[in-house]
Unconditional design. Structure first.
Length: 183
């Protein structure tokens, strides 16, 4: 029987990413390798969004530098305003979280080439109150995992596709979406 490999990345909400960051007092940032490798650049966000908690950890991007907590806060704000998925990554041994990638559907390999890269789902899953939902579709644009779509002007949710990023929560104008622990 083949040993199962733990993916380097996993998904979490912005709040979970904030809680991870609060555990550390030193930070390094480099350019995102996906953004650098995309010939048109990234149309969604800035390039220097690969956050590391250990100077020895690597990144696929260039220009690694030490930054302060205010710089990290600016990345978190960018993630919120630009709807970036927080995808922490594990160290080489896959035993600890080593940093966080801030990913989008414009240039990040995970979304541009689905199936090419493996990623664990987060600990949370969406819960939509369909009685309060207005079927406006605002949540669909930020659901890069394709868990939400419109069918005959009605929101349809495929929870199997939900990775637990929570971007849909912040996009909902009637606040009918919450994140809950998976069963």
């Amino acid at each position: 029987m083949a040993e199962e490999t733990i993916p380097i990345h996993y998904v979490c909400t912005h709040q979970e990413a904030k809680e991870l960051i609060e555990k550390y007092n030193k930070f390094w940032v480099s350019n995102c390798g996906c953004r650098e490798g995309n010939e048109k650049g990234c149309q969604r966000s800035r390039i220097d969004v690969c956050l590391m908690f250990d100077e020895g950890e690597g990144s696929s991007g260039s220009d690694k530098k030490e930054v302060d907590l205010a710089f990290v806060g600016a990345i978190m704000q960018e993630a919120k305003t630009k709807s970036l998925v927080t995808r922490p990554f594990r160290n080489e041994a896959r035993t600890d979280t080593a940093g966080i990638c801030f990913c989008c559907d414009d240039c990040c390999g995970y979304f541009v080439s689905p199936g090419k890269y493996d990623c664990n789902k987060g600990k949370l899953i969406e819960q939509t109150n369909m009685k309060e939902c207005t079927h406006c579709g605002a949540c669909i644009e930020v659901c890069y995992f394709k868990a939400r779509l419109m069918v005959d002007d009605k929101l349809q949710i495929n929870r199997e596709n939900c990775y637990g990023c929570g971007l849909c929560v912040g996009s909902c104008p009637v606040e009918c979406i919450e994140m809950e622990k998976k069963q």
